[in-house]
Ligand binder design. Structure first.
Ligand SMILES: Nc1ncnc2c1ncn2[C@@H]1O[C@H](COP(=O)(O)OP(=O)(O)OP(=O)(O)O)[C@@H](O)[C@H]1O
Ligand SMILES: [Mg+2]
Length: 494
């Protein structure tokens, strides 16, 4: 290991109104090192990254590059100093091509400033090829799947030939193969001496790819360790400040009559799917990424054109392609892409949470503010949403805490018959996952039927009563959750 860190921060402080986001943080990264940054939602990871990359100014503290004291005046300055960052949210110009995105701000030109497209595509192909990415540089970004877009985002930052590259939860939208591709790229960069800061909530990834890990908790520095000197248990207790009280154990609810029936459902993406759900039951859908779970949600909810099949809830037939009616007869959907599909950035945490369930707090058209306040407060506590108050604008919350608010929106309302949740714990820290399972379990206990889509097999196994496995848009396996193993699920998925 080289003796000198390429990047070193000391005594970093950052406050926001009502939040002390970083308290006296020190952090150093060496060339050729993958350094994981971990901590619960709201711990300060993204804030630290934004300070490193010039997107935010620290209130105080010192910044060294190659042990020379430096100041980063803004994102442009960071790029000039060979620091590159891939943010939690995608940052691509969706109407431009892959190649244009990769070289945006640095497009090769011919005479009179015209873009040299031939050279552009050649350069882009070279980068994509070098890192083994099978993506056409000419294709418009919006036509790519989210996972591919994420890889373009990564190619874009590599193209700047950075010495330090920072990745904020880069795998949240990637499937197994793409994660392998990304890890290949990371190893290549590391061997070239690039320093990589890697933010993730996924322990297995951190153990697979990094050499060191730094943990933050509530804006404070907890520690830096070599990865081969700690185990999962120790790391978790560093993050949450206590050993986690075992894994979540499901309380089996009494299961009633069939509430929802789906027969021979087909759309362009889903093929002949049939299943049923009973009252108080939690039915899981497992499968690899891209196996058609989200498409099944869309098909049930009427968001994609139904070509064939019937859906009924409590004997009420659901008309084709009508999300309004789906809601009317008692269906709720928490989509996978929660941020794009429904955050109101300038509204408060409370408004974002209670928006769809105001009826629950109203009598004769008047909202009971006390009731709204207490319900909101209860959820904030139970899933540990980190916010100075209910009145905070949601946009000021950390990524994972925004997720929690949007998820909570659907957990408040009690008069749904069937709730479909698609990847409910994506981006959510390890401590809060169990709380979310507990809430879903509680809803089922009170008679609601829950359908959960998840690519995390341990998650499905710990929460569901029955499990369907999807593959290529169809059901490829069916199990009792109390008897099945992770291996059975994997075999059915592949
Ligand atoms: N612009 C802002 N205004 C007010 N508070 C903010 C702002 N940005 C971040 N915060 C607060 O600072 C704290 C740290 O947030 P940060 O985004 O760094 O967390 P994180 O560790 O990245 O969490 P996650 O895992 O959820 O992404 C949080 O309490 C957050 O609400
Ligand atoms: Mg973050």
């Amino acid at each position: 290991m080289p003796k000198e860190p390429i990047l070193r921060l000391t005594g970093i402080n950052k406050r926001f109104p009502g939040v002390y986001a970083l308290k006296d943080i020190s952090f150093a990264v060496y060339p050729g090192e993958v350094h994981a940054l971990m901590g619960e939602n709201g711990a300060g990871k993204s804030t630290l990254i934004k300070i490193i990359s010039g997107a935010l100014n620290a209130d105080s503290g010192e910044y060294y590059l190659n042990e020379k004291k430096t100041e980063i005046t803004g994102p442009k300055d960071a790029i000039e100093k060979k620091i590159s960052v891939i943010y939690q949210e995608l940052n691509l110009a969706k109407d431009l091509s892959v190649a244009e995105n990769i070289f945006l701000g640095n497009l090769p030109t011919k005479s009179f400033g015209r873009i040299d497209y031939a050279l552009l595509y050649e350069k882009a192909s070279k980068i994509l090829l070098e890192f083994g990415l099978n993506i056409d540089p000419k294709v418009t970004v919006k036509h790519l799947a989210v996972a591919q877009q994420q890889l373009v985002e990564i190619a874009k930052s590599i193209a700047k030939d950075p010495k330090i590259i920072i990745m904020d939860e880069p795998t949240s939208a990637l499937s197994h193969n793409e994660i392998e591709a990304l890890f290949g790229i990371i190893r290549m960069l590391k061997d070239r001496g690039t320093a990589i800061v890697y933010v993730s909530h996924k322990l297995d990834e951190v153990f697979a790819i990094s050499q060191k890990v730094t943990v933050l908790r509530d804006g404070e520095f907890v520690g830096t360790c070599f990865i081969n000197e700690i185990d999962e248990k120790k790391l978790i207790s560093m993050m949450v400040g206590r050993p986690l009280s075992g894994t979540y154990t499901k309380e089996k609810s009494s299961i009633g009559d069939i509430i929802m029936e789906v027969e021979n459902l087909s759309t362009d993406y889903v093929h002949d799917v049939s299943f049923s759900v009973k009252a108080g039951e939690i039915v899981g859908f497992s499968g690899l990424m891209g196996s058609g779970r989200t498409e099944l949600c869309r098909a049930i909810f009427g968001l994609d054109r139904r070509k064939n099949g019937r859906i009924s809830i409590c004997g009420n037939e659901l008309a084709k392609n009508s999300p309004e009616e789906a809601v009317r007869i008692g269906l709720g959907l928490v989509p996978e892409n929660r941020k794009d599909d429904g955050i109101f950035p300038q509204l408060s945490v409370r408004a974002n949470m209670t928006l769809v369930s105001l009826r629950v707090f109203s009598r004769m058209g008047r909202i009971n503010p006390e009731k709204e306040y207490t319900s909101t407060e209860k959820i904030i506590e139970s899933i540990k949403i980190k916010t100075p108050s209910q009145k905070q604008r949601i946009i000021n919350l950390s990524g994972g805490n925004q997720q929690k608010v949007i998820l909570a929106r659907w957990l408040i309302e009690s008069n749904r018959k069937v709730l479909i949740v698609d990847e409910p714990t994506r981006g959510i820290d390890i401590g809060a996952k169990a709380e979310i399972y507990a809430i879903l379990n509680h809803l089922a206990f009170n008679g609601m039927s829950i359908i959960i889509m998840s690519s995390e097999m341990p998650e499905i196994l710990s929460i569901a009563d029955r499990i369907y496995v999807m593959k290529a848009g169809a059901i490829n396996g069916y199990f009792n959750a109390y008897e099945v193993t992770q291996e059975d699920l994997l075999i059915a998925a592949t």
